[in-house]
Write a new protein. Structure first.
Length: 82
């Protein structure tokens, strides 16, 4: 009997605390307050930036480059040169 009374008390206290927290929470934003996507002709997630790998320098077998000596990177390709 005592355990049942404790369980009911905890449930009522949880309900009261939850309703107080819900009452003090801020309201969700109105549809006019929602953020808008920038106006583009592309669908979401599509990028228009293309990159090309830089050229790897050539050398002979005696003086070959090690991986840490290579400067990996990319160069940006203008949209007209696809």
């Amino acid at each position: 009997m005592l355990i049942g009374l404790i369980v009911v008390t905890v449930l009522i206290a949880g309900f009261v605390l939850g309703s107080r927290l819900y009452a003090t929470a801020t309201a969700p934003p109105l549809p006019g307050e929602q953020p808008r996507r920038p106006h583009t002709d592309r669908p979401p997630g599509v990028t228009s930036e293309f990159r090309r790998a830089l050229a790897v320098p050539r050398s002979d077998q005696k003086h070959r480059l090690r991986p840490y000596q290579l400067r990996g990177g990319t160069e940006q390709v203008p949209p007209g040169q696809l």
